[in-house]
Design a protein around this ligand. Structure first.
Ligand code: KIV
Length: 271
């Protein structure tokens, strides 16, 4: 018999149970195997291959440009680093809006080709029917309400959503609608903390907040933001846990100096 300790994997039901047990859920993003391997070993609950990969990996200005095929490549790579955490892939813009059959096929590709346990997609009423179908076909879905970056041109910017009472009531209704459609969890992005708390209390499924205060059942950040690797802008809700961008710059500059001054390589680094 193997003496190796069996890894207890995070599953969709175990995420729902975390809410029942009052255990906060920690989620971060990854887009490659190196990052996901470190993240998985850190004890993170959920790894999201976000469409934010289009910005941090692809260098695009927003999340709209990343394609299904690019997301599959990122996700396959992330899968190779993950043994324990729940792996969720973001459905990119136009992968689920054109037709139901295309959406089901694309969601299925993430499970079949990239080995994820669930997909995430943005929207409320407009996607509730599709979510119901995906769940019926055995594809777990994480919802996403509030500031949904794929609709950025409609919103006209990255401002806080749900500050006025009409939009706040709509978000509350849509959260219940998505729960009814079968989502196992719900990302709430950039909405007032009091609204996020009220939504979280009204639901049986966990909410995972980003810029939505501490009343959510879990929190998510883009890893490259919290590591200080993505330096183009820093929203107020990002807490920087490291300054890796600055450290990398210092290391690169040091290396260049050493090469130019012939300090690298030395004898120990030579054959
Ligand atoms: O794309 C992404 O990384 C996301 C998270 C920020 C929730 O959707």
């Amino acid at each position: 018999m193997s003496v190796e300790k069996k890894i207890k994997r995070v599953t969709v039901p175990s995420i729902i149970n975390m809410k029942r047990n009052g255990e906060p859920i920690a989620m971060l993003t990854a887009y490659d195997a190196l990052m996901s391997e470190i993240l998985d070993r850190s004890g993170i609950d959920i790894i999201l291959v976000g469409d934010s990969g289009g910005m941090v990996m692809g260098g695009h200005e927003n999340t709209l440009a990343v394609t299904m095929d690019e997301m599959i490549i990122y996700t396959k790579s992330v899968r190779r680093g993950v043994n324990r955490a729940l792996l969720v892939a973001d459905m990119p813009f136009l992968s689920y809006q054109c037709s139901e059959s295309e959406a089901i096929r694309n969601a299925g590709r993430f499970l079949q080709e990239a080995g994820v346990e669930a997909v995430k997609l943005e929207g409320g009423k407009a996607v509730a029917g599709l979510i119901r179908k995906l769940v019926q076909y055995g594809i777990p879905v994480m919802g996403h309400l509030g500031l949904t970056p794929q609709s950025i041109h409609q919103f006209g910017g990255y401002g806080v959503r749900g500050k006025d009472s009409m939009l706040a009531s709509q978000l509350k209704e849509e959260a219940l609608l998505l729960q009814d459609a079968g989502v196992f969890s719900l990302v709430l992005e950039k909405i007032p903390a009091a609204l996020a708390e009220a939504i979280s209390m009204s639901l049986q499924i966990p909410t995972i907040g980003i810029g939505a205060g501490k009343g959510c059942d879990g929190q998510v950040l883009v890893s490259h933001d919290m590591l200080g690797l993505y330096e183009k802008f820093k929203p107020k809700f990002v807490r920087r846990y490291a300054e890796l961008g600055k450290e990398m710059m210092a290391a690169f500059v040091h290396y260049i100096e050493d090469v130019k001054s012939k300090k690298f390589p030395n004898e120990d680094e030579s054959y």
